[in-house]
Design a binder for this molecule. Structure first.
Ligand code: CA
Length: 223
């Protein structure tokens, strides 16, 4: 999953970015509202984390413009402790959630997961497809109750397919949501990682859950 972080305090932005990357998110960072709006329009973020006090264009103005442009990506606002007015205004102009600075990182992670689940209409942190269980909170993957060890990239790919379960996901969409713009990925890489996943998830498990949809992409589903 891809997160757009718009935060002008560079030290804080770096800490949040690192923490998110450790959770296997792909993170784009903007340091002002104008750059943030450009990135929201042009990169396929799954969640936007938006600081309200920003240079060039403040967060509330940026959010208003973003919603006017029809960009419906879920937004978590970061607000100062005493800014009740900003919180109310932000929620009214289309923010989905807010966190008051300073916040505990684990709470930010839980709110991100919650917004992603809402967006894809999944209700719990654990996503089940047949006897495959993917716990998006602690990244544990089990099939038939047996733990499966995945690399960070394999997990990110499986999690993305799981959030979109029963839907065909194209290679382009996978690259946009789980790899960095600058990582020079072509769609063959997706096929390679799908093969790794198949070996760990489907091989010897009886029923196949990872399906190739010819000419379209991949789908995680229980037949
Ligand atoms: Ca700020």
């Amino acid at each position: 999953m891809r997160i757009l972080l718009i935060e002008d305090e560079k030290d804080l932005a770096a800490i949040i970015r690192q923490g998110l990357e450790e959770e296997n998110y792909v993170v784009d960072v903007a340091h002002d509202g104008e750059e943030g709006l450009y990135m929201a329009e042009n990169f396929s973020a799954d969640v936007v984390i938006l600081d309200i006090m920003l240079p060039v264009m403040d967060g509330l103005t940026m959010l208003t413009k973003m919603r006017h442009k029809g960009i419906s990506t879920p937004v978590i606002m970061l607000t100062a402790r005493d800014s009740l007015v900003d919180k109310i205004k932000g929620l009214d102009i289309g923010a989905d959630d807010y966190l008051t600075k300073p916040f505990v990182f684990g709470e930010l992670l839980a709110r991100i997961r919650s917004l992603i689940r809402r967006k894809v209409d999944v209700k719990q942190a654990a996503i089940c497809i047949d006897n495959l269980e993917i716990n998006t909170a602690n990244h544990e993957v089990k099939r038939g109750g047996k733990g499966i060890t995945l690399s960070a990239r394999e997990y990110a790919l499986l999690e993305y397919l799981a959030y979109r379960k029963d839907n065909v996901v194209s290679r382009t969409e996978i690259i946009e949501h789980i790899y960095h713009e600058d990582s020079d990925m072509d769609s063959n890489v997706v096929d390679v990682y799908i093969n790794y996943l198949r070996n760990k998830i489907d091989k010897g498990a009886g029923k196949k859950l990872i399906h190739t949809v010819r000419g379209a992409g991949y789908m995680l589903k229980s037949e």
